[in-house]
Design a protein around this ligand. Structure first.
Ligand SMILES: C[S@@+](CC[C@H](N)C(=O)[O-])C[C@H]1O[C@@H](n2cnc3c(N)ncnc32)[C@H](O)[C@@H]1O
Length: 249
């Protein structure tokens, strides 16, 4: 089945609604969950249709994780859980998928989507502190790490809950220091200065120090860096990456 059959086709009215929300930006009050509800609430029903053209690399990450029957996975900042449909036939064979998010309207979409999957659980909770009952085989952040205020705390919370030898998977927009570490290929000066400013308006924080931290907490299994078009911005390409790291034994 094609993506547009799964998610539905975006109409221009849906797009206008989402674009107005982007223009308005995300408010920055002290209650992060309330800020997320206010930003995503008015667009939750069309979120997936717009993000289909915005959040690249999610299918690549989900497939590259190569999850096996009986495994347990924690998804931090899971939103509507749309990315799980990229590997939908595997989902009922997993022992547990915990979808953790602070945004009630997006989690409501996820809850309805996976209503017939008893081992897919939704949790309204902060990724910086939420803890599972048992160690996980993998933890993922799909375009969420850049929206979590204390992203280091969230990453370390995930690493602590993945068993030795398990995987951390991240897909997101990104920036880098001028001379990035290890396997990361450099970005142009324009990319490094334009995109962090562009995304900040909507509460997406691109931090140049993140690659060093990733490389410190897990051994790189796979890294892909790409650039992709964004809806209604025909002349620019935004950098995105996905990375899979193995937690040391
Ligand atoms: C751009 S959306 C990505 C959603 C989904 N993972 C996807 O790929 O479509 C970022 C998500 O991170 C969630 N988020 C941001 N900060 C969070 C936090 N501290 N704890 C849990 N979720 C958070 C937001 O509510 C939102 O669902």
């Amino acid at each position: 089945m094609s993506n547009s059959q799964i998610i539905g086709k975006a109409t221009w009215r849906d797009d206008v609604r989402v674009l107005l929300q982007f223009l308005h930006g995300r408010r920055g009050g002290a209650d992060h969950g309330a800020n997320l509800d206010a930003f995503y609430g008015p667009q939750a029903d069309v979120y997936d249709r717009f993000r289909e053209r915005l959040l690249h690399g999610r299918a690549d990450l989900m497939q590259a994780l190569d999850l096996k029957a009986g495994q347990r996975v924690i998804d931090f900042g899971a939103g509507t859980g749309r990315h799980w449909l990229f590997i939908e036939p595997k989902v009922p064979r997993l022992a547990r998928v915990d979808l953790v998010d602070l945004c009630t309207p997006l989690l409501d979409v996820a809850r309805a989507r996976f209503a017939n999957y008893p081992d897919v659980r939704t949790h309204r909770a902060d990724a910086q502190v939420w803890r599972a009952d048992e160690p996980a085989d993998a933890a993922i952040f799909s375009y969420s790490l850049s929206m979590i205020p204390d992203w280091r705390a969230a990453l370390m919370n995930a690493v602590r809950q993945v068993r030795p030898g398990g995987l951390i998977g991240i897909v997101d927009f990104y920036t880098l220091p001028a001379q990035p570490p290890g396997p990361f290929k450099p970005l142009s000066g324009w990319d490094r200065s334009f995109w962090p400013r562009w995304f900040r308006h909507d509460g997406v924080m691109l931090r140049p120090d993140f690659p060093a931290v990733l490389l410190d907490v897990a051994a790189t299994v796979r890294l892909e860096q790409g650039k992709a078009r964004l809806p209604y911005l025909p002349f620019v390409r935004a950098p995105w990456f996905f990375w899979i790291g193995r937690v040391p034994g």
